[in-house]
Design a protein around this ligand. Structure first.
Ligand code: ATP
Ligand code: MG
Length: 572
């Protein structure tokens, strides 16, 4: 591609509204342009990179027997209502007002409706179906350019199996394909156990790219044997020991004490494991809202994702007015005893199992109870893993120290099971002639997010540093036009050889009226791995220059050797 014909609107300065590195660089390198909040146009240079990622994904999907589809981006309401996801997605779903249509945020429903009349016997399985297509999500806070957008390209794949063992095999194939994809895309990534979000289903793993631009927190053990999204992470922490003192509960005055820290200060204690922190959650339901009171140790926090896994995704914290009505007190004085609403469900974290001598709010403002024995005093209490893991704790299995880092989710694989096939009645006849729902898996990759994540990990103060298969071009040929015509003649000849004979994707900076300094800055900014510079000074001695973008290293080479050397460097 000749730069004189290529639309590459580069910018010298960072755009004012961009915070993350990839956002800044993708705008400055002329890859993307914002149309409105969270909505981006892919410009030619960006599109080449996105297509590179798509092709890698396509090859790996085809390698495991994937069938490529292209489904509509709009779909009717009814299939989403049948699976209950119209409600689950809520405001995240774009709805078309003058028709009963939505813009699809994902495509489980549509793929299942194709499977339903077509996969009807056990002989029709297994199948892997996928597409690479636009998805629409009305994200509340689009951010970081294409990392979280309202329209983005997703590769979404679905496995369809007749048996649970079949699902395990499909899932394992997909995991292998994902590892290949992200390795080929040049990403440094971690595979973590994950929460299954709005999709239902059981096992689920995310492909995470550690980066400060990430919105997820992942937990990794020092020995690498444990990796998990913090949303579902567990650790080894000693449970509270039962003291068996059998002291009666006692209410005491705690004026103006609103937080656990203030309570610990007031009681002059540092160990908060016997202070139980209470929060109230509401699970909306057609037959009347359900209330849940959670208890965790004073130095812990409730993990709301774990609550969603237990009670469904629409569970939410109670508002202040609701709190007063349900418990009889404001946030700082809530506890398991003396609740106004007797129907509230009480769930405590496993670390508090059967604890006694607990201190917690008395459901009366400015009062707390001491000597609460959860076993004796709280009938019907249940214990579940509710807490958020903290850094420095140990992994359960190998007792290896845990650290927590920010990461970007680029891919997600999960075993859906039969949730969608049951809801939409997609059934087949098994070997005994019995009707069973199709067993499904769902597997997504964000295309633009994958490219942006690469840029987050591969850049310097000058710009992007492309490498490997994902690089939009492999060489930028820079012609520094001189007074005589030989520079241009050799550049033209090199361009021809590179593109027609050597088949190397080359961007040719053939701009005449642009100063060398600007050309060099642009080349560094857009980050093509090799810069082949042809200028008067070197050419007088029969030489040209190759600069390696990543290291900045410059090689002066005989013009006859330059192209072979470039090809050799690209293989490294
Ligand atoms: P997130 O937790 O980041 O909102 P998600 O878990 O809702 O994402 P999935 O439904 O698992 O996303 O979608 C599959 C993939 O699509 C994600 O792994 C991610 O790479 C990509 N993706 C999801 N939402 C967005 C978005 N708003 N912008 C860009 N890519 C996205
Ligand atoms: Mg996900």
């Amino acid at each position: 591609m000749r730069l004189t014909k290529f639309f590459l609107p580069t910018l010298k300065d960072d755009p004012a509204d961009a915070v993350t590195i990839s956002h800044k660089l993708m705008i400055r390198a002329g890859m993307i342009k914002q149309l409105t909040s969270g909505v981006y146009s892919s410009l030619p240079f960006g599109l080449i990179a996105f297509r590179k990622a798509e092709n890698i994904i396509r090859e790996e999907m085809n390698a495991i027997g994937g069938n490529e589809f292209l489904l509509p981006a709009i779909s009717p309401h009814d299939i989403w209502s049948e699976t209950g996801r119209m409600e689950d997605y809520g405001d995240l779903m774009f709805r078309i007002k003058n028709r009963e249509l939505v813009l699809c945020p994902t495509h489980e429903e549509v793929f299942t409706s194709i499977a339903k009349p077509n996969l009807i016997s056990y002989k029709d399985f297994p199948q892997v179906w996928y597409q690479i297509q636009s998805k629409f999500r009305n994200e509340e806070r689009p951010r970081a350019g294409v990392l979280r957008a309202r329209q983005f390209t997703m590769k979404d794949a679905y496995s369809l199996d007749a048996t649970w063992e079949g699902l395990d095999r499909s899932y394992a194939d997909m995991e292998r394909a994902y590892r290949n994809i992200f390795t080929r895309c040049g990403l440094d990534f971690v595979v973590v156990s994950a929460h299954s979000g709005a999709m239902g289903g059981s096992a689920s793993e995310e492909f995470m790219v550690p980066s400060s631009a990430g919105e997820d927190n992942i937990v990794i053990s020092e020995d690498g044997s444990y990796t998990s999204n913090i949303e579902v992470a567990v650790s080894f922490v000693e449970k509270n020991k039962r003291k068996n003192s059998d002291l009666p509960t006692e209410e005491f005055h705690t004026p103006n004490i609103k937080s656990i820290e203030e309570l610990a200060g007031f009681l002059n204690i540092t160990d908060k494991s016997y202070l139980a922190k209470s929060r109230v959650f509401v699970k909306p339901s057609k037959d009347g809202d359900e209330y849940i009171l959670t208890l965790v140790r004073g130095d812990d926090e409730v993990n709301e994702m774990k609550l969603q896994n237990l009670f469904g995704i629409n569970i939410r914290p109670a508002h202040n007015e609701e709190l007063l009505e349900i418990t009889g007190a404001d946030a700082g004085s809530i506890g398991p005893l003396g609740l106004k609403n007797k129907k509230i469900k009480i769930i405590a974290d496993l670390l508090l199992e059967d604890s006694d001598e607990i201190i917690s709010g008395a459901n009366k403002n400015d009062y707390h109870n001491r000597n609460i024995d959860l076993k004796r005093d709280v009938p019907g209490i249940e214990y579940k893993d509710l807490r958020t893991v903290k850094k420095g704790e140990l992994s359960q299995k190998n007792k290896s120290r845990l650290r927590i880092t920010k990461a970007i989710e680029v891919g997600h694989i999960f075993k859906l099971g039969t949730m969608y096939s049951e809801a939409l009645g997609a059934k087949f006849l098994d070997t005994d002639g019995k009707e069973n729902p199709i067993i499904m898996g769902s597997y997504g990759i964000g295309v633009e997010r994958t490219v942006a994540s690469f840029i987050e990990q591969s850049n310097d103060e000058k710009g992007i540093i492309w490498k490997g298969e994902i690089a939009p071009f492999k060489i930028i040929l820079i012609c520094l036009h001189g007074k005589t015509s030989d520079v241009k003649e050799l550049s033209d000849e090199f361009y021809k050889l590179l593109t027609t004979e050597m088949n190397i994707e080359t961007l040719y900076d053939d701009r005449e009226s642009v100063r060398p300094g600007v050309k060099f800055n642009d080349a560094d900014l857009i980050g093509i791995p090799l810069q082949l510079v042809i200028g008067e000074k070197n050419l007088k001695d029969g030489n040209v220059e190759i600069k390696i973008r990543k290291t900045g290293e410059k090689l002066i080479l005989k013009k006859e050797d330059a192209l072979n050397k470039a090809a050799e460097l690209l293989k490294l």
